[in-house]
Write a protein of this length. Structure first.
Length: 444
């Protein structure tokens, strides 16, 4: 086992309120000291982190790995490599794979292949109902034993009695329910926020009420069932207000990084890379999402990573596949947000480290002595432009192509082992992308 020292970096650990230029020492996969090394410690490997920031590995609450079922868009190997290249050491996978994560076999398949890849740690969410069809409940207790870290609807459950029973079952299993608030009828044929831009472009819209009506129903059922719930990808100002007013309940919420930077105006002339669900909203909604973060009513920023092949975005706007390939922009956008909102790095990094780890109930996202040595090291002064060549995900569907960023990951450690270093990894990236789809052990 590697005995490793990270020397001279600015160590930022929001969980322990640490922001200091110091050293970190790791052995047996854990952090054994911050500052002076133990007397009997001798490093077999050293990383010079001078002028770099050393923080906990990032924790991402929503990453579609596209496997099983859509390996032409991405695989566990390709997307966990992309996660590691962007400092993300822990990620949560929604259940809408094919087949759906509604049996122990599928949940164990994901985790086994992630372990084989030896990159980011993958924690699956189980489906609340079989096949995500909203009819019959899954065996949540068995799925929890199989490693599922929570349960999710993804698609709205229309029948309130079934939804209520699902929440009760989840509460009995002590599992967090991850809810995506979307009314099944309002705006069901829409592809863009309902407003001035949708009228100008002649596209069917998705109204604000499609989110807020469902949040209202969810909150009432959460109060009744006492379940622990997390609201995924808030997109509206009114939705933030509703979460704020319901703080007496055991609820948390997140927002995607792209909703903090893009609005309906960025769609311009049918830019399909801006086709996402929930849709990009009004500027007032974006302002409210940012303020919700500042005030603590939104606890996490996620990538909402959804890689697509190029053809999926080369159709009329409403016919394109929704989603952004977000792994490559989670940290850069988070750092830019700190500048634009005048927030300290120790505060902004909490939204992508220990706060999402707390939502998942994981002992992660921290550099405390004794914790697992999942670590991200990045150069905060490095300026770069995002292009298809700089992206590590197989999916290059991003509206941020051409954006200039400041700050880039140089090293990522998982369990005290270096799984990514920019000095070597980037030269192998193209080879990995070309070979990953042909590996037979990753076919279903």
């Amino acid at each position: 086992m590697t005995r490793l020292s990270i020397l001279g970096g600015r160590v930022i650990d929001p969980a322990s309120h640490l922001d200091s230029v110091t050293d970190i020492h790791c052995a047996d996969g854990h952090i054994i000291a911050v500052g002076t090394a133990p007397p009997d410690f001798s490093a077999t490997q050293e990383i010079d982190a001078r002028d770099h920031i050393v923080c906990p590995g990032l924790v991402d609450l929503s990453v579609r790995l596209r496997e099983p079922g859509s390996e032409h868009k991405g695989t566990i190997l390709s997307e966990t490599r992309a996660a590691a290249a962007n400092g993300i050491t822990t990620l949560c996978c929604p259940p809408d794979t094919n087949p759906v994560i509604d049996t122990p076999a599928v949940a164990e398949l994901l985790q086994h292949r992630a372990l084989y890849a030896k990159m980011a740690k993958v924690y699956p969410l189980a489906a609340l109902t079989q096949g995500l069809k909203g009819e019959h409940l899954t065996e949540m207790g068995i799925l929890k034993e199989a490693g599922c870290i929570g349960v999710s609807n993804v698609q709205p459950i229309i029948k309130t009695d079934i939804f209520s029973n699902a929440l009760k079952y989840a509460a009995n299993c002590d599992m967090t329910v991850f809810l995506q608030a979307k009314d099944p009828w309002l705006g069901r044929e829409g592809s863009i926020h309902e407003g001035r831009v949708s009228i100008r472009l002649g596209l069917l819209g998705i109204p604000e009420a499609a989110e807020t009506i469902e949040i209202a129903r969810d909150l009432l059922l959460i109060e009744m069932t006492k379940v622990r719930a997390h609201f995924c990808r808030l997109s509206t100002a009114r939705g933030v207000d509703m979460i704020k007013e319901a703080q007496a309940l055991h609820i948390t919420a997140d927002v995607s990084a792209h909703h903090l930077f893009l609005t309906e105006e960025d769609i311009k002339e049918y830019n399909s890379d801006c086709h996402v669900c929930p849709p990009l909203r009004h500027q007032n909604d974006q302002n409210a999402l940012r303020e919700g973060l500042r005030q603590g009513y939104i606890q996490a920023i996620c990538s909402d990573h959804q890689p697509h092949e190029k053809e999926a975005k080369h159709n009329p706007f409403a016919m394109t596949a929704p989603g952004i390939s977000g792994l490559d922009t989670l940290l850069p956008l988070t750092l830019r947000l700190a500048e634009e909102m005048n927030m300290d790095l120790i505060e902004i990094l909490s939204y992508v480290t220990h706060k999402p780890a707390q939502i998942l109930g994981l002992n992660a996202g921290t550099l405390a002595v004794g914790s697992v040595a999942d670590i991200c090291i990045f150069d905060p002064s490095l300026s770069w432009t995002m292009t298809e060549n700089t992206m590590h995900s197989l999916g290059q569907n991003s509206p941020f192509l051409g954006w200039e960023f400041k700050g880039k990951v140089t090293d990522t450690l998982i369990g005290g082992e270096v799984v990514y270093t920019s000095r070597v990894f980037d030269t192998l990236k193209d080879v990995v992308h070309e070979s990953v789809e042909s590996q037979e052990q990753y076919s279903v």
